[in-house]
Design a protein around this ligand. Structure first.
Ligand SMILES: Cc1cc2nc3c(=O)[nH]c(=O)nc-3n(C[C@H](O)[C@H](O)[C@H](O)COP(=O)(O)OP(=O)(O)OC[C@H]3O[C@@H](n4cnc5c(N)ncnc54)[C@H](O)[C@@H]3O)c2cc1C
Length: 429
């Protein structure tokens, strides 16, 4: 396929389709192409664990139907982008086809990174990233007993969810000294670990895997861990991180760091070229630093903002906010904004008498910056709102974490927060 389109979007995921929809709210007619190297309708990676778990059917993973592209007046193009000629304004696909553009969005997401462990190429070792991965995990999980998840960060924990409903034994292994290190401090991690460990669930941290070898006594694998013995596995899911899919722009002059650098309009350093989602590195709402956010809501928001700007309706993105809710073997851990070990913050901590619910609220110079919830997270939405609004909660010092059901009172006491509409309210502009 070759041709020229006013709008070309590379990526049929959260960022890409939201960009297309924003474009169509402004500019209905001109031709658009949406390129993807996955031969599926647009789907949500966030739903893959639920599909594997059996909670939803495969069809529920798709977030747009087959008629969507004609309704959007967009040409779906199947192919892998191999390069972009920014001078000629042309995208080249691996089969040799060229697609010209007036405005281009790069929304190619990210891909899993694998640790350098011998034996990762053995059978029944998976990542959980694509629909094919999910299908493969489902068929490989029949008749097995032992599952190992390598990686206890966000991706590993999200992946662990996939098989937890089944009668299997699980081992979660991470090289870091505690689980969910980007969200939890060692104390919070120890609490979660204590709540989830059982005769069916084991967690090994500070674990340096040296090799995945052939298993014994009927097991598929034996995972060798330096100074910590070995663990049996019949199926392994690797969730150790992800990297933006941007290799095709390397060395061709566009400004990039971990991802493609964008400003508040999602513009890159190259005229008429935008980036959004996991492939982009944009401003963080709180720190102002350029970050690869790596979460669904950011991809949706950035894609939407990019689309409006591509179609000529100026819009600024106020920055991404880190929000995560994960379920680890039945224990919910949620975080919003800046969290971690608490260095440089006033941290309020509350743990209930049963030891099953805890929260930490992070405050700097009176302004609420973030919070972590273990167990109950009933008013996490309110705290997220306060963090997003950079609310001054100084007057509530000492009561924030300890009154988890009374955050409404805090809201009423916040006078500085502007209650006007915030982005995105595109149709009303
Ligand atoms: C198992 C799992 C669970 C997750 N759970 C959560 C969660 O609970 N909450 C949360 O906020 N986030 C979660 N995420 C992260 C979330 O899914 C991503 O942040 C989001 O999908 C990013 O959207 P995107 O549009 O940037 O990229 P994607 O949705 O990954 O879309 C990228 C698109 O680009 C295409 N593409 C890539 N390279 C090329 C190329 N060279 N040529 C052509 N096309 C290309 C792909 O085919 C795809 O269509 C999860 C991720 C995984 C894997």
């Amino acid at each position: 396929m070759a041709g020229k389109f006013k709008y070309v979007i590379i990526g049929n995921g959260a960022a890409g389709i939201n960009a297309l929809e924003s474009i169509r709210r402004v500019d209905k007619e001109p031709r658009a192409a949406i390129i993807s190297c996955e031969s599926e309708l647009a789907f949500s990676r966030t739903l893959l664990p639920y599909f594997v778990e059996g909670k939803i059917d495969e069809e529920k993973v798709f977030i747009r139907d087959a008629e969507y592209y004609s309704r959007m007046n967009a040409e779906p193009v199947l192919g892998e982008v191999a390069g972009i000629d920014f001078k000629a304004k042309s995208v080249s696909l691996d089969g040799g086809n060229e697609i010209g553009y007036d405005k281009l969005l790069i929304a190619t997401g990210a891909a899993p990174t694998l640790p350098p462990i011998k034996g990762l190429d053995r059978e029944k070792v998976f990542t959980l990233w694509t629909l094919d991965d999910a299908r493969n995990v489902i068929s490989a999980s029949k008749g097995i007993k032992e599952v190992v998840i390598i990686g206890a960060g966000l991706i590993g924990v999200q992946s662990s969810h996939a098989l937890t409903g089944r009668d299997l034994r699980f081992t979660l292994i991470d090289v870091a000294d505690h689980i969910l290190p980007r969200i939890l401090d060692p104390e919070g991690a120890a609490m979660v670990q204590g709540l989830v460990e059982s005769d069916k669930v084991k967690i090994i941290t500070g674990a340096n895997i040296t090799e995945i070898a052939k298993g014994k006594k009927g097991h598929t694998h034996s995972i060798k861990i330096k100074s910590k013995g070995s663990v049996n596995a019949d199926l392994i899911i690797v969730g150790t991180g992800a990297r933006p899919n941007v290799s095709f722009i390397e060395g061709n002059g566009i400004a990039a760091d971990a991802g493609i650098l964008v400003n508040e309009k999602m513009e890159t350093s190259v005229p008429d070229v935008y980036a959004a989602g996991d492939a982009a590195q944009g401003q963080d709402a709180l720190s102002g630093e350029q970050v690869v956010s790596g979460i669904w809501t950011t991809a949706v928001e950035q894609g939407s903002v990019a689309g409006y700007n591509m179609a000529g309706r100026p819009m600024n993105y106020e920055g991404s906010l880190s929000v995560n809710v994960v379920d680890l073997f039945g224990v919910t851990v949620a975080s919003v904004g800046e969290t971690g070990d608490g260095q440089g913050y006033d941290v309020e901590t509350f743990t209930d008498s049963s030891g099953t619910t805890s929260r930490r609220v992070f405050v700097k110079d009176g302004v609420i910056k973030g919070a972590v919830f273990i167990g109950r997270y009933s008013d996490a939405g309110i705290i997220q709102w306060l963090v997003r609004m950079k609310a001054d909660v100084g007057a509530w010092k000492g009561t924030l974490a300890g009154q988890p059901l009374n955050m409404g009172k805090v809201m009423l006491g916040i006078k500085e927060v502007e209650l006007g509409p915030r982005w995105p309210l595109p149709d009303k502009q």
